[in-house]
Ligand binder design. Sequence first.
Ligand code: DLL
Length: 434
Amino acid sequence: MLYDLEKETLPREEIETIQARRLHDLCVRVYANVPFYRKRFDEIGITPSDINSVRDLHLLPFTEKQDLRNHYPYGLFAVPRENIVRLHASSGTTGKATVVGYTARDLNTWAELVARSLGSAGATARDFVHVAYGYGLFTGGLGAHYGAEKLGATVIPASGGSTRRQVVIMRDFGATVLCCTPSYALHLWEAGQEAGIDFRDLPLRTGVFGAEPWTEAMRADIEQKMGIDALNIYGLSEVMGPGVAMECVEAKCGMHIHEDHFLPEIIDPVTGEQLAPGETGELVITTLTKEGLPLLRYRTRDITTLDYTPCRCGRTHARIGRIRGRSDDMLIIRGVNVFPQQIETILLETEGLTPYYQIIVTRENNLDSIEVQVEVSESFFSDEIRKLQRREAGIQKNIKEFLGITAKVRLVEPRSIQRSEGKAQRIVDKRLLS
Ligand code: DLL
């Protein structure tokens, strides 16, 4: 469903014309209003008048999470404080939180883009949208909420927590669209099983899942268990929140990034060089219309691809591929680069395993080792020990074969790995503690 037919199907030349104009205006704004950017421009020796086309983008400096931290809390805001009407923050595992601010116009744009995103999931004003992303400083809950309202849908603002009760509400209120993290969707499904509520019997049709990495295997698992279309939504608080990019239900093949508002690039995370379309690298986003906290070439640290080929849904905006991991949380195990998603894929291809797992990384005598703990399904757990051990050895062999690392694999009891209500904690890196 196209929420905004005209904008979502703009011809490429028109997209680029809009981008060029907005990029130039953005440079004028940040040069005038953000001392941090003015200093960067001056250091490099450029002025806003040098930036007149998308091809000039590479001349601009990058912005990193650390820059936001260095100017905590409001130092990179580009409008007077009284024009900021909302704050959000991302907790961050290390260091200070990152604080983001929105003007009234920013909030309106955000709601529009989430409405557009929900539209590409096939949602309309007739839907009941159950929002189980956390409400609060995290952008997930309120972001999805106002977008669903903008679409004209009926919003059920459940937030995270009280999982069993949520399932009952979903059933009683007739939720047709579920917004939450993919791991929480599975947690809800599991709570439903315990309460005798089968998701396949509910009117639920679509899931709008994001905020954490997940895999195609996990999509297949969720779709089969819940009887829905499970779609991928991408975003980050620094750039806006949820709804920066969203898959379409028609093709389910990459997330359309709203190019009239965000200018994407893929770079080599080591050299910072721009890569060609289709190449895998780090996603960098320039916010074209944001007023409160505009960002030039923000390094997301998310590893993905950009695809400009036409999509069969008719939308013309480029698609970013599934996020393969982060350039900064990539695990390096004895010199081998490993993304947790690669391990997840192997686990989910193994019969009898559930998607609940944890990767524990330790270091002894300067040598890294990892242990993968994964829950087995109820029926499997009743098997004899020897069978379980054989299974562990089999998974270990697959990890060795496909990823080239030796991992200890431990099958654990059903329901023994802690459930999350937001983003799942999949990596316990004990190396950081020592
Ligand atoms: O997670 C915003 C959001 C809320 C997106 C709800 C989608 C749905 P942050 O807390 O700032 O914002 O975290 C942003 O989460 O850089 C990615 O690493 C990761 N992430 C977000 N969406 C996806 C996704 C929100 N679909 C960080 N797939 C990003 C993989 C994702 N990773």
